[in-house]
Design a protein around this ligand. Sequence first.
Ligand code: B12
Ligand code: SF4
Ligand code: SF4
Length: 232
Amino acid sequence: MRARRKEIEDIVSGGLATNGLAAAGWFRIEPGDLPSDTHASFAGAPALLVGNRGGAMWRAFSAASGHGDGRETPLDRWTARVMGETGARLHLPHAMLFPFGATLWPFQRWARRAMGIGPSPLGILIHPQFGLWHALRAAIVFPGVDIKPPRLEPVAHPCERCDDKPCLSACPVGAFDAQGFAVAACREYLRRSDRDPDCMDRGCAARAACPIGREWRYDEDQVRFHMESFGG
Ligand code: B12
Ligand code: SF4
Ligand code: SF4
């Protein structure tokens, strides 16, 4: 089956704009991306990545009824709902994949392929415009549909020109070094009663130290929500 990339992008972007989500780029699923042969039909299929940048998604999500209903993973449930509504408008065979849930899909690998961006020393992918203030929310896979992902233009990697790397010295427990991210040290600090009101209340100090895309920084409610889901 043939389909036009632009038409799909318009339907997806139209459906998602009011929810603060956006089409982030096309990529092709490679056989090595599949965690098991259960999804073999996805190998070679084109896919559209969906993400959020800055605080727009948070404002839409906070206003939605699912937030604060006391049940677990409200953002994941909201994302699945709005993506399901968008998918219903596509009238094309597709599968909706998420960066949460039982299957561990390699979303960062896909973002590198779809957007051309690279990792920061913190593990989070850095975008030349949005800095560290963007994330990945879904991938719409089109098995059996003939769509050619566009060729990527080269994308600047801000960390290559950042000599001081303030992100690496801002963490109060030195959780980031050449070995990667010491998750246990970070979580232990977040649970300490004598910690500064930083990190949990204002968001990861290492992430906040990055000068790129500061105007896209999440507001306090949003960072607190993410930090509580991560370390609370
Ligand atoms: C497991 C996981 C974690 C684990 C371990 C991370 C790790 N060492 O891999 C923990 C719980 C520590 C974690 C933490 C965070 N995570 Co996380 N995490 C994931 C998850 C669910 C799977 C990653 C994975 O294992 N993939 C499997 C392999 C096969 O896929 P991959 O793409 O090839 O894997 C890459 C990552 O593992 C990455 N990586 C390696 N080391 C680290 C370290 C960190 C901190 C991160 C974020 C990534 C990372 O490199 C791999 C090669 O590209 C992804 C969602 C997803 N499904 O991809 C989110 C994801 C990577 N996390 C994300 C984020 C934002 C965070 C937090 C910043 C959350 C927050 N608090 O806001 C924190 C960082 C801690 C902090 N102090 O703030 C984002 C990153 C977005 C981006 N711009 O790149 C993702 C993509 C989720 C999303 N919805 O967008 N995370
Ligand atoms: S502070 Fe510099 S090295 Fe660290 S993430 Fe930002 S641009 Fe990259
Ligand atoms: S949340 Fe705080 S303790 Fe954890 S890595 Fe970030 S700066 Fe370090």
